[in-house]
Design a protein around this ligand. Structure first.
Ligand SMILES: *[C@@H]1O[C@H](CO)[C@@H](O)[C@H](O)[C@H]1NC(C)=O
Ligand SMILES: *[C@@H]1O[C@H](CO)[C@@H](O)[C@H](O)[C@H]1NC(C)=O
Length: 423
């Protein structure tokens, strides 16, 4: 039973092989020349190079005198291994009856491609970069064909999303497990096609990506943490945009900053507006770790990774003007570079020898006027300073955030309302 079956299948294989390979001597080998491929546990057919289809040949293992398959097999120039095993890997020799033609073939076993694992990233708003890795080791020479299509918006009356014609996703450098969609449109959806190809077949992974959802800037750079002389509870932190972020007025970043004293496990967090922040509640005398991360100003994508931590210790110098429970306005005034203000009280001594009612009235009204003037001046100065430095202490007064105008703190002075429409 089994004999007749295998005999029949051999005949069928022979017929099929004869039909397929009648025109070409051997199927075009993929990979290095002289190597043919198969899968363990499966039938493998080797083809004798340089011999036309149907020509009977002898098959030997290299350096073994034993005949593997004779010219009477009915298989022509092919050798069939019913069930390949890794012990079958190696070199085979084939030869026509007259010994004139023939050659050697190396058999290598491995597995067909499996769908690769693909992920796409964008650390700026111009280019999408996709990387991939095999989901299964095939053990065979492998290459990846990468292309993408843009999803077209459904036109009027069309319900289905159509795709533009495919474009290659260039691999740079060639053969790197990475390709890029250059100048991607911010709001468009793209369908990536990464196809793993090896001598035993091909397997495709499709992935839909949009710049707007995967955008993840690199961490901010150049973080500096400095003490503020005379202020034992302050640290001044500053940083710059990641260098990978192209600077355009309509694509800004926002930031968040975390800090914690040495040996404290929990981070405190603030969302600075510009490229600097004054921490006002540092623990005096303790080094603090500070780190920053960035995100698209309109919340596209996700937050960047944290920058490297930078350490800073508040100033231990003499306490100049800071009073522990001083109000915000007070600290703001002290913060400014304005010269020390004169005492608002008039000197009382000129009064001492005269006490006429008139002089009293004049002096009282003078006092009231000067007090009112000073109060108004202080208010105006305080208000101006708040507008100017509002961002620095924003975390202390969340209610004040609503009043802030962030645009003037940001480079490029954007018109935020046009942010979207420019994309
Ligand atoms: C995006 O790719 C283009 C083309 O290679 C390049 O000129 C541009 O600098 C890239 N943009 C960024 C932000 O790297
Ligand atoms: C993916 O790419 C492969 C190789 O270029 C191609 O044969 C296949 O048709 C593509 N599949 C889709 C769904 O676009």
């Amino acid at each position: 039973m089994s004999c007749s079956c295998s005999g029949l299948s051999r005949v069928l294989v022979a017929v099929a092989v004869a039909l397929v390979s009648a025109s070409s001597p051997c199927p075009q080998a993929w990979g290095p020349p002289g190597v043919q491929y198969g899968q363990p546990g499966r039938p493998v057919t080797l083809c004798c190079p340089g011999v036309s289809a149907g020509t009977p040949v002898y098959w030997f293992r290299d350096k073994e005198p034993r005949l593997l398959q004779g010219p009477d097999s009915g298989l022509g120039h092919e050798l069939v291994l019913a069930r390949a095993a890794f012990t079958d890997e190696g070199t085979y020799i084939c030869q026509t009856l007259d010994g004139e033609l023939g050659g050697t073939v190396t058999l290598k076993l491995g597995y067909p491609p499996a769908r690769p694992v693909v992920s796409c990233q964008a650390s700026d708003y111009e280019n999408i970069s996709c990387t991939w890795s095999p989901s299964q080791v095939s053990g065979l020479p492998t290459r990846y064909l990468t292309s993408y299509r843009k999803k077209m918006l459904p036109g009027t009356g069309h319900q289905r999303v159509s795709l533009s014609t495919g474009q290659p996703c260039p691999q740079d450098p060639p053969g790197a497990a990475r390709c890029a969609i250059y100048w991607a449109e911010f709001w468009s959806q793209y369908r990536m096609n990464v196809t793993e190809v090896n001598p035993l077949g091909a397997s495709t992974r499709l992935l839909d990506v949009s710049l707007q959802s995967i955008l993840r800037p690199d961490p901010p750079e150049g973080l500096r943490v400095e003490s503020v002389p005379g202020y034992p509870r302050r640290l001044h932190a500053s940083w710059t945009y990641p260098s990978s972020w192209p600077r355009q007025p309509h694509f800004l970043l926002k930031f968040r900053l975390q800090y914690r004293p040495a040996q404290h496990p929990a981070w405190s967090m603030v969302e600075p507006v510009g490229l600097e922040e004054v921490i006002t509640d540092a623990v005096a005398g303790l080094p603090h770790a500070v780190r920053v991360s960035a995100r698209d100003f309109l919340d596209a994508g996700t937050w960047s990774a944290w920058s490297l931590e930078v350490w800073g210790t508040p100033s231990t110098g003499p306490l100049t003007n800071e009073i522990p429970d001083a109000g915000k306005i007070h600290t703001q005034l002290v913060d400014s570079t304005a010269p020390p203000r004169p005492s608002p009280q008039p000197d009382p001594r000129p009064l001492d020898h005269r006490d006429s009612l008139e002089q009293m009235v004049v002096l009282a009204s003078l006092g009231i006027f000067s007090f009112l003037g000073l109060a108004a001046g202080a208010l105006a100065l305080g208000f101006w300073l708040r507008l100017r430095w509002g961002g620095k202490d924003a975390h202390q007064k969340p209610g004040f955030l609503a009043l802030r105008i962030p645009a003037d703190k940001l480079p490029g002075t954007p018109d935020l309302k046009t942010h979207k429409s420019f994309r």
